[in-house]
Design a protein around this ligand. Structure first.
Ligand SMILES: Cc1ncc(COP(=O)(O)O)c(C=O)c1O
Length: 422
């Protein structure tokens, strides 16, 4: 298998990746040119985009569009990125979660509600930056292996951009996530096996087929940068400040590591004061290889076979696992996990206190926040942000047998009174 999917005839235009200047290996630090590459030629380590940033001001960002492209100078996308059809994600609500804070004994809590994105998860952010790279690299097929939300985002973005999409999912995915992908009209392929099997297949295809952009495989260096916009928005919405603690759901670990990268870049560029922050990761116990490695004090992650209702987080062999451990340990955070029962309670707790219906991944995050406070691992007096990365309407089954009408009554006032509803 080759390390890239070169498109032989395509010339990359100047400025295709904005202020991105190179790819660098996260394992050995070796630098290489920007292109359709994702693994280091020296050590096979994962590549990420490096930049040479000019001076960037808050005013410049604030004058930009009300979506992730306001952060164009900080992303590997060209200055004219907004002129190409895309789903325009981002600029989601940062909610002052006073009710949930009171219930949990926290001084100040915010929910970054990314269910407000076009396909109702944070994946629209990463897909938008991957779509730009796919176009700039002259690749023709927009593809992914997915645990569900990415499938939605890829299929929708491809429809909007008028490009062919092929999405691979585990065959036992939640039905709503299958429907909300298929509806966009691309090719949806159900694969016999779990996500890790699907991911392996995608890597094989990416190595063989020219011009296929698997957003989270061979376009991953560009894709993952999209998650930095969560950090940028949180800081901007707090009045250009970094919060003291952030709790983030973890599957592959891409989102968590890039939120960290986003805060670091803002500090380096002087867009915020480079204050300390702690990054916490949230996993479901039935798929918690990173939390386990964290507890055991390991630097590497031992793959597991997932068994949890939090299917969007069910990645047993997480690509960014070691880097998640690095971030948590460097910032003084923790990677913790919670049971499926706690996940369901977490979904209900957020809904009951803040009127936000999250999916199972959000249930994992809320339940982990609760556990971190109860076990003294998170400071209740420090300002905290949690990420709601997806929408409860896609995982209805998780709560379907827990909620429903209090009572069924005939359509009469008498019956209303008799049922004690006054
Ligand atoms: C709703 C939701 N939250 C969080 C994640 C975790 O993302 P990552 O793989 O970047 O850790 C996913 C991944 O699919 C997801 O769908």
């Amino acid at each position: 298998m080759s390390l890239s999917t070169p498109t032989a005839t395509h010339t990359i235009r100047a400025g295709a990746f904005g202020n991105g200047t190179h790819l660098s290996c996260r394992a050995c630090g070796a630098k290489s040119e920007l292109g359709p590459f994702y693994a280091c030629m020296e050590c096979f380590g994962p590549l990420e985009v490096g930049y040479e940033f000019p001076a960037i001001t808050r005013a410049q960002i604030e004058a930009g569009p009300k979506n992730i492209w306001r952060y164009q100078p900080l992303l590997p996308v060209p200055v004219d990125v907004a002129s190409f059809p895309n789903t325009e994600p981002g600029y989601t609500r940062l909610i002052d979660a006073g009710n949930l804070a009171r219930e949990l004994g926290l001084r100040k809590l915010w929910v970054k509600d990314d269910s407000g994105n076009p396909t109702h998860s944070f994946k629209d952010r990463v897909v938008a930056s991957a779509l730009s790279a796919t176009r700039e690299l002259g690749m023709k097929v927009f593809a992914c292996p997915s645990t569900g939300n990415l499938a939605n985002a890829v299929a929708a973005a491809a429809a909007r951009a008028g490009i062919r999409s092929v999405v691979f999912i585990p065959q036992d995915l939640e039905r709503p996530k299958i429907i909300t992908t298929a509806v966009y009209g691309g090719t949806l392929v159900a694969v016999e096996g779990n996500y890790d099997d699907v991911n392996k297949l995608a890597s094989e295809i990416a190595g063989e087929e020219e011009g296929w952009a698997f957003v989270n495989v061979n376009v991953r260096p560009y894709y993952s940068e999209g998650s930095k916009t969560l950090a940028f928005e949180i800081a901007e919405q707090l009045g250009w400040r970094i919060p003291q603690q952030v709790v983030i759901p973890v599957a592959s670990g891409s989102q968590l590591t890039k939120i960290d990268k986003g805060f670091t870049e803002l500090g380096k560029l002087g867009l915020v004061d480079a204050t300390d922050y702690k990054i916490y990761g949230a996993q479901a116990t039935g798929c918690s290889p990173i939390a386990q490695a964290f507890r055991d004090g390991y630097d590497v992650v031992k793959p597991v076979k997932p068994d949890t209702i939090a299917k969007s987080l069910a990645i047993g062999n997480p690509a960014d696992g070691p880097y998640v451990l690095d971030v948590a340990r460097r910032t003084g955070g923790v990677i913790e996990d919670v049971s499926d029962e706690e996940v369901i309670e977490g979904i209900q707790l957020l809904a009951r206190t803040e009127g936000i219906f999250t999916e199972t991944a959000g249930g994992v995050t809320v339940a982990t926040l609760k556990k971190l406070i109860e076990t003294g691992q998170l400071d209740p007096d420090a300002e905290t942000v949690i990420i709601n990365s997806g929408d409860g309407l896609k995982t209805l089954d998780a709560v379907a047998d827990r909620v429903g009408p209090k009572v069924t009554i005939p359509a009469s006032y008498d019956a209303f009174v008799k049922a004690g509803l006054q």
